[in-house]
Design a protein around this ligand. Sequence first.
Ligand SMILES: [Zn+2]
Length: 146
Amino acid sequence: MNRLKVLLFITIHPTSEETKDQRHIKMPPPTTFWDPRLLLDCYPLRENFKCTGTTKKGARCGQTFIENKSKSDSDRVLSILSSEDIIANGLGDRIKNCLRILAELTLCPRWHRGSQINTVYLKWFRTINSFITEERSRSSIRAGGK
Ligand SMILES: [Zn+2]
């Protein structure tokens, strides 16, 4: 690398001690625009977290056996979702993919992972869409209507 390249590299990737230290600490997403855990009632890191699938009787599945890796991965997906400004930008492909992955990760492997990914995805998709509509109308009222 010549000097200019080195300089540019340092400018783009700051390597001060402070930044390095921060990198070791688990960094929260920079900004949170909404709370997908609350909206979707999905708290994978809580004790006794239950599968997000639905039983034949229409109740939430009571199955708590979901691999720890799936739980921590799904929490990461939730953090990504919360950092997306869905009220301004709506539900793009990236978010839709995240929701599918989230559904798969939070369904119990025993009964629902194979059969309900799409059902849960669609349910969440509708929930989020009405949330967006609500939030948008609320903010336009705040802004004096239109
Ligand atoms: Zn289940």
